[in-house]
Design a protein around this ligand. Structure first.
Ligand code: C2E
Ligand code: CA
Ligand code: CA
Length: 719
């Protein structure tokens, strides 16, 4: 039996014992007397019957010589061996499943005769004279005389070609399936439901997972190809709420429906996105899924590019349109500000001009209030869309943009001053995007015409919006007339002595209904409406008057906006304020923003020189918030820099922060400039600044700005 394979076809097919060969066939053949010479009618009938069965049967005597074979045996062998002369094994060659020829004495029939027992459950190939190999299963049984003597054997041969072919087909199909599954980029799993006692599906078992599924789900192979394990250990079953995978696959299982889903980040699948297809398979669910993370990323990028401008990262015109559409239904109004830049193309090469546009875009983006979006809609044109805004807010935003964009832009070819024009259209109720855009364009063309007016508001909208804007302007005018603008003072502390060196005058609007309004709100309005001159003059006069009553060593610092500085009469106003209050010029310091010192500001330079000649001190405000370099200041008569609070915050905690301060201090010392740090909030910051050599400090650590009446008590604390 060694060379014979055990007959063990793949599961799912009839087992060999199911082949209809009765175990007592030997007895049956004996009874029929098939093996004799007798040609009686009964024997002939019996032979015909056995031939008709279609199963190959032959008998031998005890020596193994053929005594009988039927038609089926002859056709299986492929020839008709003569009886008696032929030993049964010589009727064909037997080849074991491994391809080795089997010695005759090891054939099942030889074993049966030698050992006098039936042999079952093996198979081999029979090789016919024509060379064809036929797989067969032999069922040899001994034949015994009534006294128990072995007289021969009967063998039934079952042709299992069909079975083997089916087995091969199946094996090939399985191999093909396996290969397909292993090289498929799609994950494929077969799931079987796990039910609780009530029969409700509570989880799934992974019955099969292909290579891609293992990889995508992070499974480890177990017992060959089977994945094993519960699905819930791999995926969050309820992720995505009622539409979680448990509910989805249970529905597929129960209704036979096909489910196609895309799941992604946010569905509990981490950063990856999947597209899955689930169908019922037998009593489980087959799911194929692909990783669409990369595709989604490409799509998102494509969507982004379709709606955004590459240079600035702002929306482009079509992106802006899409943002406008949903706003049509809003009743709280909207505004469009069209901003156009001029001058930089003439002054710069293409690359530098583009850089200027990019910087301008950054400044616009930084100014956007909540609910506003900015778009680049032309080479030098931007649009800002503001949702639900009162006219006043839009006015302030326009002013702020004009102010931000007035700061010269650093480009590879050097700083350049941008000319900026703004056209605004406001719609108070539900908006019509096209109409609003048209209005804004009209406003912009108005703003382009005037040499001075850089801002225009579309007239009809302006008329409707006028009450608010004009109201604000009228309010401010009235405030100035009624002296509602107060001046508060924030102490400036000398680090060496920890005593007050002076005070910064900060304007406060004591509004009859709004309480104290911050200068951040009304100074831009004052600048745009030209009221800044009057406002500045009032603050200056008040500050000088108050300071004249302080101890002689204390100075007062007054903020001067760039617009004020361009006014030719500033030196005269300063002289008047000093004269009227009796304050010594050396006790007055004017703080100027760095905008003043950039670009072609000859008028400013002249004003500064005049002021300096009058004995007034000058300081540069907010140093470090822009990109003014200290070296640029050399040509201006500035005696002090105020270090912006952005550079001060956390200076004690961050190494680079301290390094920057140290560098500024060294340079300031070389240039003979005094230093004041703004926005000092903690003792740690103060100590660090003092250690780095900063002469003065100002901030909430000591005091916010307070009314003039509070000065005596401040002096008592820090005097
Ligand atoms: P600024 O000149 O940089 O004034 C400093 C601002 O920082 C003040 O705000 C002050 O209250 C605030 N501040 C002071 N210490 C601290 C601190 O420790 N932490 C923080 N977070 N803030 C601190 P304020 O009074 O709202 O003034 C805002 C800006 O308005 C001023 O900035 C100045 O540019 C302008 N401004 C104020 N008064 C006048 C004025 O009379 N004329 C002009 N042209 N501008 C003025
Ligand atoms: Ca200041
Ligand atoms: Ca400042």
């Amino acid at each position: 039996m060694d060379g014979l394979a055990r007959l063990a076809p793949a599961s799912g097919h009839p087992r060999p014992d199911a082949v209809p060969v009765p175990d007592d066939l030997a007895a049956f053949i004996e009874t029929l007397g098939l093996a004799g010479e007798d040609a009686s009618a009964e024997r002939q009938a019996a032979r015909l019957l056995v031939d008709a069965m279609g199963v190959a049967i032959y008998t031998t005597d005890a020596a193994g010589s053929l005594t009988y074979y039927n038609e089926a045996a002859a056709s299986l062998w492929g020839w008709r061996p003569p009886l008696q002369e032929q030993r049964w094994c010589g009727s064909w060659r037997i080849v074991a499943p491994d391809g080795a020829e089997m010695p005759p004495d090891q054939c099942p029939m030889a074993v049966c005769l030698r050992e006098g027992r039936a042999v079952r459950g093996a198979w081999a190939f029979a090789e016919r004279p024509d060379g064809q190999r036929i797989p067969f299963a032999p069922f040899p049984s001994p034949l015994r005389a009534p006294d128990g003597r072995l007289v021969g054997a009967v063998n039934v041969l079952v042709d299992i070609s069909g079975l083997k072919a089916a087995e091969n087909r199946l094996a090939r199909a399985e191999a093909r399936f396996q290969t397909a599954q292993d090289i498929a980029p799609e994950g494929f799993v077969v799931l079987e439901p796990i039910r609780d006692a009530a029969g409700t599906v509570v989880d799934f078992r992974i019955d099969y997972a292909n290579a891609a599924a293992m990889r995508l789900l992070g499974l480890r192979p177990r017992r060959g190809r089977e994945a094993g394990g519960r699905l819930s250990l791999v995926l969050p079953m309820h992720a995505g709420g009622p539409g979680g995978v448990l509910a989805e696959f249970t529905a597929v299982l129960e209704t036979g429906s096909v489910s196609i889903r895309e799941r992604g980040a946010g569905d509990g699948l981490g950063a990856r996105s999947f597209r899955s297809r689930a169908v019922r398979l037998d009593h489980g669910v087959a799911v194929s899924f692909e990783d669409i993370t990369a595709r989604r990323r490409v799509e998102a990028r494509a969507r982004f590019l379709a709606e955004h401008d590459e240079l600035t990262g702002l929306l482009n015109a079509s992106g802006l349109r899409r943002r406008m559409e949903p706003m049509q239904d809003r009743a709280d109004g909207a505004a469009i500000l069209l901003v156009t830049l001029e001058g930089h193309r003439a002054a710069l090469g293409r690359a530098a001009a583009e850089e200027a546009v990019r910087v301008a875009a950054t400044r616009i983006a930084r100014r956007l209030p909540a609910g506003a979006v900015a778009a680049r809609i032309g080479a030098d044109d931007f649009a800002v869309l503001v949702a639900g805004c009162p006219s006043l807010a839009v006015h302030e935003l326009s002013a702020a943009l004009l102010r931000d964009l007035a700061v010269p832009v650093a480009t590879p070819e050097g700083p350049v001053a941008l000319g900026t024009r703004v056209g605004v259209a406001v719609s108070e109720g539900a908006m019509d995007p096209d109409a609003l855009m048209r209005d804004a364009e009209l406003a912009l063309s108005t703003a382009r015409q005037g040499a001075g007016d850089r801002l225009a508001i579309f007239a009809p909208a302006a008329l409707r919006g006028a009450p608010t804007i004009r109201q604000a302007e009228a309010d401010l005018r009235q405030a100035l007339a009624e002296r509602q603008i107060e001046v508060h003072y924030q102490p400036i502390i000398a680090t060496a002595t920890r005593r007050i060196a002076g005070f910064e005058a900060l304007a406060r609007w004591k509004h009859p209904s709004r309480g104290f309004v911050s200068p951040g709100e009304f100074v831009p309005l004052a600048e745009e409406t030209g009221l800044i001159t009057q406002l500045g003059d009032q603050v200056l006069r008040q500050a000088c008057r108050d300071a004249a009553g302080w101890p002689d060593a204390l100075r007062v610092t007054v903020n001067i906006s760039p617009t004020q500085l361009r006014e030719e009469m500033l030196p005269r106003l300063v002289a008047d304020a000093l004269a009227a209050s009796g304050l010594a010029a050396r006790r007055l310091e004017l703080e100027l923003s760095e905008v003043t010192f950039l670009g072609d500001e000859r008028a400013a330079a002249h004003a500064l020189a005049t002021l300096r000649a009058q004995g007034v001190a000058l300081a540069l405000d907010d140093f470090g918030s822009g990109f003014c370099s200290l070296a640029q200041l050399r040509s201006f008569p500035v005696g002090r820099v105020k270090i912006d609070r952005n550079l001060v915050v956390g200076v004690d905690a961050q190494r680079e922060g301290a390094a920057i301060i140290r560098a500024i201090m060294r340079l300031a010392a070389d240039l003979g400039l005094a230093t004041t740090a703004e926005g000092v909030n903690t003792p740690g910051e103060f100590d660090r600044l003092a250690a780095e050599g900063c002469a003065e400090a100002q901030g909430f650590l000591f005091s916010p700005a307070q009314p003039a009446a509070a000065i005596p008590s401040l002096l008592a604390r820090f005097g």
